[in-house]
Design a protein around this ligand. Structure first.
Ligand SMILES: [Fe+2]
Length: 306
């Protein structure tokens, strides 16, 4: 049975990105201590308890999935903004976008009796239309309980990001993301994986926080799960991660639906949070970077054409 690489919580982002490219997954050990775990659990447990089982076999008929964690849990905001994870996102996702964004926030509780989830790649959320050369996601599962092979530790197939679409994993190629509570499974959108079977009599609880390229649609609609009335109270960097910032030169603006002449015609998304309208698009640096990249592309195309 293959095993996943384990790195310390302060591992360099470049090393994480390299392993994600080759293996598709790794574990960061001991990112949260006992006090940190208790703080998160105190905020999310009432929501977990109130959540019913999944609607089908894929979601899990003995599995609960609880979302809107940015709006509901300040402690989860800290997890989303954890410097080590954001540094890994910088290294892994910024190769294919100008800005990445929050894709999904979800507590996954695998209850006793839940069988194995079917193996899959998370990038299928976009329907299989993305070319294999584009890696769209960096995903995390924060272990709130110990993860063991017996209680439903995530199944992972190391090395599978490079596999052709048609290749299926043999049982001996499937490993398990066994880790202590407070550790974090980091995996790409292209690695084959699935929830495990829980053969114990206790819940296995993990928090799935995922990030994707800023030009793709988010799995969890962050504008609805965390509407402007809540988003305006958050750290500006977290607001931008949710999508309340331009995702590119022309991605994300809106026109306030006001009567003729009663407001600006086009504003960046953070204007919905009550900031001074259109004083800044919050993307001047972004714009410079895009223009620079397009110039370089054009120059390379001209060289290739001569
Ligand atoms: Fe998945």
């Amino acid at each position: 049975m293959p095993s996943l690489k384990h790195l310390p919580a302060d591992a360099p982002a470049a090393e994480i990105a390299t392993i994600l490219d080759s293996d598709g997954a790794l574990v960061l050990d001991d990112v949260l201590d006992a006090a940190g775990l208790a703080g998160v659990r105190a905020e999310i447990d009432p929501y977990i308890e109130a959540t019913g089982n999944g609607r089908d076999a894929f979601a899990g008929l003995q599995t609960t999935r609880t979302g809107a964690l940015i709006a509901r849990s300040p402690a989860c905001r800290e997890l989303v903004m954890h410097p080590a994870i954001l540094a890994a996102c910088d290294a892994f996702l910024n190769r294919a976008c100008d800005r990445y964004q929050l894709h999904l926030t979800q507590v996954i509780r695998i209850r006793p009796g839940q069988p194995k989830q079917p193996l899959h790649r998370d990038r299928l959320a976009w329907g299989g239309f993305l070319p294999a050369s584009i890696e769209p996601q960096l995903n995390t599962i924060w272990a709130m309980t110990d993860f063991t092979e017996a209680n439903g530790a995530t199944q992972v197939v190391p090395g599978s990001p490079a596999w052709p679409e048609s290749r299926r994993a043999e049982p001996h190629e499937v490993g398990y993301a066994e880790m202590k509570a407070g550790s974090v499974l980091v995996y790409s959108g292209s690695v084959i994986h699935a929830g495990g079977e829980n053969r114990t009599d206790a819940d296995r609880i993990g928090i799935n926080l995922t990030y994707c390229l800023g030009w793709l649609r988010q799995e969890e609609n962050q504008y609805l799960s965390c509407p402007p009335a809540i988003a305006r109270t958050l750290d500006p960097k977290l607001q931008a991660l949710l999508g309340y910032a331009m995702g590119g030169y022309a991605l994300g603006y809106f026109s306030p639906p006001l009567p003729p002449g009663q407001g600006p015609e086009v504003v960046p998304p953070q204007a919905a949070l009550g900031e001074a309208l259109a004083t800044s698009w919050g993307g001047e640096d972004l714009q410079d970077a895009i223009i620079e990249r397009l110039r370089a592309k054009l120059a390379a195309a001209e060289v290739a054409a001569t």
